[in-house]
Ligand binder design. Sequence first.
Ligand SMILES: C[S@@+](CC[C@H](N)C(=O)[O-])C[C@H]1O[C@@H](n2cnc3c(N)ncnc32)[C@H](O)[C@@H]1O
Length: 287
Amino acid sequence: MAWYSLTVDVPEEHSELCQSVLQDHGASGLEVRDSANKTMPTVRAPAPGEAMVIGYFDDQADAVAAQEELTETMPSARFALEDVVERDWSVEWRNQIKSVTVGRLWVGPPWEKATAPTDKVCIFVEPKMAFGTGDHPTTSLCLKAVDGYLGAHAGASVLDVGTGTGVLAFAAKKLGAGRCVGVDNDPVSVELAKECAQENGIEGVELSTKALTNIEGTFDLVLANIVANTLVELAPLIVPKVKHRLVVAGVLVPQAAEVTAAYVACGLTHGSDEINGEWIRIEFDRR
Ligand SMILES: C[S@@+](CC[C@H](N)C(=O)[O-])C[C@H]1O[C@@H](n2cnc3c(N)ncnc32)[C@H](O)[C@@H]1O
């Protein structure tokens, strides 16, 4: 079936009006790329201060009519009208999910089971509504820390705060952690993490939405891949759970000083950092 796409580059403040004109002319689908909706690396991004509004039309005449109206109302808009070759998105989105190898670990989607390496500790994560398929730089940075820590401290106890799919907790368990706890304030993530544990045949990881104050004991290794402002807020609750090492991620490089200061203020000693692209992993020790 033939489709037509009309791509309109407009100043960001005209984006909504542009969307409604495309809809009024019968666009059956709309895509918006702007400062709030980040662009996949494989597609063109809007110029700074601009939005790209893309309308999908069954009928080329409708797309042309929309362009004519927008030409009059938004003289600065730029247009591209194209035929869309139908693509099988159910297959294409899968291509976006990349498996990763980090130290002794391999994390990838279940459809790569047959080709997963036999000399690695493998974790299969079905991409659903929880964060943590392994291929995000923040997750990879944490997987590296888990691999390093468990390599040096067999049987260590591990707490994973903001567990998402459970990937970090499962990596720790598979690398020989002792007590292993994963918590997330999102109940959907916890349900998916439980499914993921089952699919990987992992037993004994305590997964729940428990608040940190309701978790008994302290942990040799505490992991928290969340976001900078939440990490700062949670510092007084996370620090008491740390017996030896804390690894935080989900922090952009310019946010590192503020996050580091929050944990040092709660009594931990700043250790090493590692950067991957725009992301930084920060480590702390209890001395
Ligand atoms: C970036 S994901 C990390 C997932 C996984 N640990 C990983 O490394 O890929 C952050 C997770 O933290 C959870 N989260 C956010 N705020 C939280 C809070 N205050 N307490 C517990 N979990 C939280 C989110 O629901 C999300 O699943």
